[in-house]
Design a protein around this ligand. Sequence first.
Ligand SMILES: CC(C)(COP(=O)(O)OP(=O)(O)OC[C@H]1O[C@@H](n2cnc3c(N)ncnc32)[C@H](O)[C@@H]1OP(=O)(O)O)[C@@H](O)C(=O)NCCC(=O)NCCS
Length: 338
Amino acid sequence: MVREWDPRTASSAEIASLLGTLNAVFAADLPQDPPWRESSLREYLSEVMPGERRISWVAQAEPSAGGQPGAILGHVHVLMLGDIGVLEVLVHPSVRRGGLGRDLVRLAARRVYQEGFQSIGVEVVGETPAVAFYEALGFSREYVETRSVLDLSAVDWAALGEMATGVGAGYHVEFCPGSPPDHLIEAYARAKAEVRDLGDGELRPSSYDPERLRDSLDTLHRRGMKPYIVLAIHDRTGEVAGLTELVVPAQHPTRADQYDTIVVQDHRGYGIDRAIKARMLLELRSAEPELTEVQTWNAQANEAMLKVNAELGYRPDREWCEYSVDVAELVHRLDAGR
Ligand SMILES: CC(C)(COP(=O)(O)OP(=O)(O)OC[C@H]1O[C@@H](n2cnc3c(N)ncnc32)[C@H](O)[C@@H]1OP(=O)(O)O)[C@@H](O)C(=O)NCCC(=O)NCCS
């Protein structure tokens, strides 16, 4: 039974059932990843940036003979973002290869098409069944990043302490839990606007103006994702020369997500990248004692950043790809049963 589903009003039993399926998917496809917890899962699934919408459907097993609601075995949601719909699909490993994944994508694609969007994008984790699935549905690979994972128990903290202070003269480094300080928001947004190409892929757009930046931080907080920021400030001008952003999600607080790291063009070559990332890790040791790992995503062409990550102890884990498809073509293909 497949139906549209609103996580805001869903019962706690449904949220718990979806979590069970999500963790079964992790166990099957990404067994090294930490299982997710229920904390803020409802908010994670329902909160969006102003102007964005997320529409969800679930596939639920038949009720039991005693009338208990069936488990949620599949889930799809699509985030309407600019002119693209960003899709996520999950099917419980026990019911895969029966056409449910394709049915869920068909539902979401039809809606995206009706709403007049041009294309659908999706993040696909390398070496999982999702690669063959999306390729069978006609999606094409647009972009590949490498996910790397840092095991904090293997970090040489003394060496990291030296890296954290190894920034050139004329700069200082600040740790900002929660958000950048108000007086630096504009300088922060300017730094992000200048270096668009070093950040994450297009499906996770960065925020370039102060208002959008505030909205984006607020959305993270509402979704249970605690942001931490380290800034390098250029002493003479007060400009933000570099920044790194990391999030500790309530849903998997032992593994943090390292987001954007940016060093503004004029300030490159002073050790800022290494220093701000090292300082972040040092601060997290006391701010987040539960944390055991950090994961990050980098473009394979970004050799400078991959080198710094390797020095810090990050190990490449697997490919993380972006696929996309023209919505009209997808709907026609699925409706024609191809
Ligand atoms: C990708 C996924 C949604 C597919 O669900 P599904 O219900 O098994 O998919 P379907 O049965 O509709 O498959 C449709 C087609 O995709 C292709 N396909 C799906 N899984 C495949 C696999 N393991 N190997 C090869 N082809 C596959 C086939 O062509 C299949 O058609 P066929 O069975 O008639 O040959 C499911 O594997 C899943 O939930 N993966 C996790 C996705 C995810 O988001 N992971 C992130 C966290 S780990």
